[in-house]
Design a protein around this ligand. Structure first.
Ligand SMILES: NC(=O)c1ccc[n+]([C@@H]2O[C@H](COP(=O)([O-])OP(=O)(O)OC[C@H]3O[C@@H](n4cnc5c(N)ncnc54)[C@H](O)[C@@H]3O)[C@@H](O)[C@H]2O)c1
Length: 452
């Protein structure tokens, strides 16, 4: 099949590359000339494990190419994916500017029948909107092509995106007619050959809502566990034990129960906000999600306050080493990373911050902007040199088992704030560290008088 993918970011690029990998001829489009130039040289503009090798391979086999010109990409294409960004607008709703623009361009330049698939995460009803824009634009130039619109939200996880796309747990598609359903089956059955029932074909509105429902449910689990972790800190319980005990119940399951510094990334915060907005728009107040958002903001601040309070509320003259800036390991994506809130709070209370991240430093420095007291180092251990505190924000593999003796020798004062619960009281305390984490206590049993 000849396929166009419009928007060559984290989702579009992985989609296009994986579809080429199974034999389709794919043209990826982007407005960003620098991105397209890099891609034409078979270089990935984003960090995603395995992606660059797969791009190189498929470019080499002439199945994958790149352009800034939509008209060229649509020539002879049977299917076009829309995979542009849908960032959070000022009121929390999804900003559909890029989706609308692409729909209009498709109507203006498409030269044959086409199934347009909206892969971007979009609020309920957006496929209807895209449909209308394309139909009206075609009409205005008297074009008679049959252009239909389907929904196909993406569920890949950055850091594991290739595997998620090639071996999905499920694929969701929303269509309005049987012909489009058949095209989607033809496109996707290859990825669910082990169990074709993993491909759900539903109506467009349900498909759109499945994506928001899924991300909001996951964000809810995280916020709930973070709230429980804050309670654990007060009552002397251990969030890891609580997590294991809860997760053993098959009705609850073990995934997405990790306490940490709050969720972030390019999806959860904006998707929760957009679902709240959709609810408001239709008169259904999404009260649970409103609390989820508040709890997440509280958790980010709570994490920063652990450090600030330890030093008596002021960090003037203190140097804080940060390990990890991205919202999770395995990506260079820093959009809405908890590190942004935490580092800003540390800087605002007078700290000097030395930051390290294996992949995210360039994006982070662009996102947070230039800050007088924030600098970056290329090696993790350089960050802790003469530091008064080490804060672990993202659990990259290289941070998981550090040499605490070496860290202790390099630091000015030995304080560790482990916001991902990767280390233990025992391994850090024996070297003389003050150690704090999220929702775990140092084996101390609270006196009975505290237990009312
Ligand atoms: N990143 C993820 O992990 C993830 C996962 C699932 C779903 N999504 C959803 O997928 C969508 C895309 O997310 P992303 O992270 O890939 O975004 P991104 O910002 O990485 O990529 C979007 C790309 O679209 C390009 N673009 C914008 N307007 C264009 C136009 N008119 N023509 C051609 N290209 C254009 C931009 O230049 C950019 O390269 C969003 O709706 C997001 O919510 C993202």
């Amino acid at each position: 099949m000849k396929i166009a993918v419009i928007g060559s970011g984290y989702v579009g690029l992985v989609t296009g590359t994986c579809l080429a990998e199974v034999g389709h001829t794919v043209v990826c489009v982007d407005l960003d000339e620098h991105k397209i130039k890099m891609l034409r040289d078979a270089k990935s503009p984003i960090y995603e494990p395995g992606l660059e090798a797969l791009i190189r391979q498929n470019v080499g086999h002439n199945r994958l190419s790149f352009t800034t010109i939509l008209e060229d990409a649509l020539k002879g294409a049977e299917v076009a994916f829309i995979a542009v960004g849908t960032p959070e607008g000022e009121d929390g709703s999804a900003d559909l500017r890029f989706v609308r623009a692409v729909a209009k361009s498709i109507g203006e330049v498409c030269s044959g029948n086409l199934l347009t698939i909206v892969k971007s995460t979009v609020p309920v009803g957006t496929c209807d909107l895209v449909d209308n824009i394309i139909v009206e634009t075609l009409k205005s130039r008297n074009a008679k092509h049959r252009v239909t619109v389907g929904s196909n939200p993406e569920f890949l996880k950055e850091g594991a995106a290739i595997n998620d796309f090639l071996h999905p747990e499920r694929i969701v598609a929303g269509v309005t007619n049987e012909q489009d359903a058949d095209t989607l089956r033809e496109l996707y059955t290859v990825f669910v050959i082990d169990d074709p029932s993993k491909l759900f074909i539903v109506d467009r509105r349900s498909s759109e809502l499945i994506k928001y429902g899924s991300n909001s449910m996951l964000a809810t689990r995280i916020s709930f566990m973070n709230e429980l972790a804050r309670l654990c800190e007060k009552v002397g319980a251990d969030i890891d034990s609580v997590r294991r005990g809860m997760g053993s119940d098959s009705r609850i399951g073990r995934k997405f129960l990790w306490a940490g510094p709050g969720y972030g990334g390019s999806c959860f915060p904006k998707d929760v906000a957009a679902l709240i907005q959709t609810g408001d728009q239709y008169g259904v107040s999404m009260d649970i999600l409103k609390s989820v958002t508040t709890a997440n903001e509280t958790q980010k601040k709570h994490s920063a306050l652990k450090i600030i309070n330890h030093f008596g509320g002021k960090l003037t003259g203190k140097t804080v080493a940060i390990w990890g800036l991205t919202f999770k390991p395995g990506t260079d994506d820093v959009r809405d990373s908890p590190a942004l809130t935490i580092i800003n709070m540390l800087l605002d209370t007078g700290a000097k911050v030395m930051a390290h991240d294996p992949q995210g430093q360039a994006n982070f420095s662009r996102e947070i902007g230039s800050k007088k007291n924030l600098s970056y180092v290329d090696a993790a251990y350089d960050a802790v040199q003469n530091a008064d505190a080490l804060v672990l924000i993202t659990e990259w593999a290289e941070y998981k088992r550090p040499n605490f003796d070496r860290i202790g020798n390099l630091m000015r004062t030995k304080n560790i704030f482990d916001l991902r619960n990767q280390w233990s009281f025992s391994s850090t305390k024996k070297i003389g560290f003050h150690y704090e984490c999220i929702g775990r206590n140092d084996d101390k049993i609270l006196p009975m008088t505290n237990l009312k």
